[in-house]
Design a protein around this ligand. Structure first.
Ligand code: SAM
Length: 280
């Protein structure tokens, strides 16, 4: 017994099912179930929600989510070796865990979930960043999720919450902060994982806002921000030349000095620039 449920400790599960961590799948497992239950609680009230978990592995966070009262968990895991361990968890929580063996980048989970939906994941960072960008840029807002509770390399988490004037500030900060409220809610040292990764990690919690903080057309905002930060050392009047021939007029209309650089411009001003460009 493990402390949070009647299932065996994770080290035993990993040994029994031969789940030696694979580098190619970015596998760094959390083995402390008190810690995974704590991470689950960072997702807020779970009892009335369906949880989408990406990359459950041997199921440490899955068990945390279920023990903390999640209504249902849909877990998508690429590694077929994890299926037997996850089935054992499903048997201990009848009707509350559904597992799909597949690539989260290819699967649409929405057929299997009912609102309200929260997302929880401890993923390899490249997959995590790609999914985060997708979750932040749906065709309509509000999105399918109420909140995202995600483990990232600490450096990526810092980029999500970064403010103007810092090196970490860029497209990910603007995408995240425009329509959600992101906060770093826990930091973890490498030793929290098995095997330990080379870098520190952090859990980031993002709550979806009902509407964007400042109005802007998402496609125009995205285009401006991508162009501005692609050449972040250049003054905006030259970094954004390709966006509009009258870019200096639009910058001035949005209250931005054409000689400033992307790193100095806040979210509100970027949204103002997108609005000026949209109205011609
Ligand atoms: N959640 C577990 C934990 O906290 O111990 C495992 C975390 S491990 C960092 C990442 C997990 O994501 C692995 O189990 C890996 O097999 C899985 N994974 C990697 N790429 C994936 C993908 N594209 N789709 C679904 N799962 C993936």
């Amino acid at each position: 017994m493990s402390g949070i449920d009647n299932l065996p400790p994770l080290r035993e599960v990993i040994a029994k099912h031969d789940l030696a961590a694979k580098k190619s799948l970015g596998q760094n497992f959390l083995l402390d179930l008190n810690l995974t239950a704590k991470i689950a609680r960072l997702g807020g009230e779970l009892s009335g929600a369906d949880i989408l978990e990406i990359g459950p592995g041997p199921g440490g966070l899955t068990r945390g989510l279920l023990a903390e009262g999640a209504r249902r968990v849909l877990a998508i895991e690429k590694d077929p070796r994890c299926m037997a361990a996850l089935a054992q968890i499903g048997a201990a929580y009848p009707g509350r865990l559904q597992v799909i063996n597949g690539d989260a980048l290819e699967i649409n989970p929405l057929d299997h979930l009912q609102a309200p939906i929260k997302v929880a994941a401890n993923l390899p960072y490249n997959v995590g960043t790609e999914l985060l960008v997708r979750w932040l840029t749906p065709p309509t807002w509000p999105p399918f999720w109420d909140s995202l509770t995600l483990m990232f390399q600490r450096e990526v988490a810092q980029r999500i919450v970064a403010q103007p004037g810092s090196k970490a500030y860029g497209r990910l900060a603007i995408l995240s902060q425009w329509r959600s409220d992101p906060q770093i809610v826990m930091e973890l040292p490498p030793e929290a994982f098995s095997p330990p990764p080379k870098v520190n990690s952090a859990v980031i919690h993002l709550t979806a806002l009902p509407a964007p903080r400042f109005p802007a057309d998402p496609a125009v905002l995205n285009k401006v921000v991508a162009a501005a930060f692609n050449q972040r050392r250049k003054m905006l009047r030259s970094a954004l030349k390709s966006v509009s021939p009258d870019i200096e007029d639009h910058l001035i209309a949005a209250g931005i000095k054409p000689t400033e650089r992307a790193e100095q411009i806040g979210l509100e001003a970027f949204c103002g620039l997108a609005r000026s460009l949209s109205t011609g």
